[in-house]
Write a new protein. Sequence first.
Length: 74
Amino acid sequence: MAVTTSPVSSDLVLVMDNGVGSSGQPLTKARKYSKVKTAASNEDIYAVADSLTGLQSKARIAVRRQDTIEIETV
C-alpha cells in the first residue's frame, strides 16, 4: 500500500530552566509557539528561538520543533 504525507502544522517549543524541585530534580517549563510555517527551515526556527530566548527571564535548555504530518493512502 502506497502512502503520501503532507505537513499540517509546525510548532516551536522552548524548554526553559525552572529551578530545582524539593527533592533536587531539575524543573523545566515549556513555552509553545504555534502556527510556525511548515516550510520554515530548522536554521530559521533556531534563529527565532535565539531571539525569543533573549526576551525570557529563564535560561533555555532546549529548542524543539514539533511537526504534525497527515498520512494518506494513494
